[in-house]
Design a protein. Structure first.
Lengths: 255, 267
């Protein structure tokens, strides 16, 4: 059972396809919605905060959107992975399917959505007359590191969520704090220097600032921030794999 | 991510032999314990409060399987008998890889097709066609193989045009037919059956038992759990009888069946 890569690859493909069709099936609106949501939020934030921060941020809509997309991806992918095992509990009790496949597929599904939302970012960049830089290629690095981080966090949450059903509520609060600590809609300079240092420990902020440097400001992302993100992401990733491999077989008894 | 597969990989030792007969399933000293509490703590809040108050209910261990050992040889048809709650389903789940046993080992030699829950993996909003691929993936078939088999599966399921409709519009019987057709499309070495032979109407029942018979002729190893003595007598060569997590009797199917029926009349 699931000894070859082809079998696992096919399972992954089918699982992602299942989620995508559930969202986009038979509806043009399905795709429109995933454009609308970030776009509307961007408009609201721009209307409110561009007056406040407009002087220090050159192109507010692009500044906001670039951060928001990264944060949204982290937020929805980790939450998707968190519920992935419990959601398929009925199946997992009856058929042997490697459980981590569901967590991986949840992240892949959100990654596809993330890629789709890039269309909005590019659209807004064109409309606002933002410059496109060759350094945008470097954005791949923080995104890859972010994915590794998400896999780690997702696996840890998936295990915890099977044992404790209220983890979801706690995590909601946590991600809200994380959002405010990610300098999505304000320039990091407005917070005191000591707090800035604490913020720079936030890996999501690291990913966002590297992404902005590459795409919005046209510079090569800061190497020390990237290496901090890399160390953080891989550490969490290995903890996630370790925890999951310990609890993998016990989970079937809990769901 | 091979670390996850450690457990299953170790199961796949080189071909197990016992004398001149090849062993398909080898179960050694299998013990399965479930932990149960009167009120289960399933929130972190509760867990922390109880830990501080030192008010955690003690967990009770229940032994479902208690030291079971048996071998099934290649091509053999083994029946499993036992009254309700004897641990048959748990045993099948362990052999299918769903549960990890508390103690003991299960060695499996070959590809397993568990016909335990044939329509468990259906997505109700998906069409029959999409569900064939989804379920095939759950049962560890790869894409190429499934595409080759697709027409055969549709034909066997007798669904015709309905294959393009969502499964939520299917009747129970139609769902079962489709599930059976997908699950048996796999070419397994070992077939695990939990009373699924009674699927669909009389016509389909005949067809499905013909299909299983055909698989048996190809030399597939069968592990069958059933409450139907007639079925076990007809299909199986050998039989084990489980009671209170222990093997009470093991041997020729007819003898075990007779003893089993006798004991049921006593109580």
């Amino acid at each position: 059972m699931f000894d070859t890569v082809a079998e696992k690859k096919f399972l992954l493909k089918e699982l992602v396809k299942k989620d995508l069709t559930a969202k986009y099936k038979d509806s043009v609106l399905g795709i429109l919605w995933s454009f609308f949501n970030p776009l509307l939020i961007m408009l609201v934030f721009t209307a409110i905060f561009s007056m406040l921060f407009g002087r220090s941020i050159e192109n507010y809509p692009v500044y906001f959107l670039s951060g928001r997309l990264i944060y949204d991806f982290y937020n929805s992918a980790t939450k998707g992975a968190m519920g992935s095992i419990k959601r398929h509990g009925n199946l997992l009790k009856r058929i042997y399917v490697p459980k981590y496949m569901f967590s991986i597929s949840a992240v892949c599904y959100e990654f596809v959505n993330f890629l789709i939302s890039f269309v909005i970012l590019f659209g807004v960049m064109i409309i606002t007359g933002a410059k496109f830089y060759l350094t945008s290629v470097y954005a791949i690095i923080p995104i890859l590191l972010l994915i590794i981080l998400i896999f780690g966090v997702g696996l840890i949450l998936a295990v915890c969520n099977t044992y404790f059903s209220d983890i979801g509520y706690l995590y909601n609060v946590f991600t809200l704090i994380l959002m405010y600590a990610s300098a999505l809609f304000y320039p990091i300079e407005i917070v005191p220097v000591t707090i800035q240092k604490i913020f720079s420990l936030n890996p999501i902020y690291s990913a966002i600032s590297c992404f902005r440097e590459a795409v919005v400001y046209g510079v090569v992302p800061d190497a020390s921030t990237l290496s901090y993100l890399a160390v953080f992401a891989f550490t969490v990733f290995f903890i996630g794999i370790l925890l999951f491999s310990i609890y993998d077989k016990k989970l079937a008894l809990e769901i | 991510m091979s670390i996850f597969d450690k457990f299953r990989k170790t199961n796949k030792n080189s071909i197990l032999k016992d004398g001149d007969k090849e062993v398909a399933i080898e179960v050694t000293d299998l013990v399965m314990e479930f932990k149960i509490t009167k009120d289960k703590i399933d929130t972190l809040k509760e867990y922390i409060i109880r830990t501080i108050k030192r008010n955690k209910k003690e967990k009770q261990k229940i032994r479902i399987l208690d030291g079971i050992s048996f071998k099934v040889y290649r091509g053999e048809r083994m029946g499993v008998l036992g009254f309700n709650g004897a641990g048959k389903s748990t045993l099948l789940r362990i052999i299918s890889g769903i549960y990890e046993p508390t103690e003991g080992t299960v060695k499996i030699n070959g590809k397993v097709a568990p016909l335990l829950a044939i329509s468990a993996g259906f997505d109700k909003n998906y069409t029959g066609k999409n569900n064939i691929f989804l379920n095939g993936a759950y049962l560890s078939m790869d894409e190429k193989y499934l595409k080759e088999k697709y027409d055969e599966i549709v034909e066997f399921s007798e669904l015709g045009e309905f294959i393009n409709y969502p499964v939520k519009n299917y009747s129970k019987g139609m769902q079962a037919k489709l599930g059976f057709s997908v699950a048996t499309a796999i070419k397994p070495d070992i077939l695990i059956l939990d009373e699924v032979l009674g699927v669909g109407d009389i016509k389909f029942k005949r067809k499905s038992s013909a299909k299983i018979n055909e698989m048996m002729k190809d030399g597939v190893t069968v592990l069958l759990v059933s409450h139907s003595i007639g079925q076990i007598k007809k299909i199986c060569d050998r039989c084990i009888w489980i009671e209170n997590g222990k093997i009470v009797m093991e041997g020729e199917a007819k003898k075990v069946c007779e003893a089993y029926v006798k004991s049921s009349k006593k109580k």
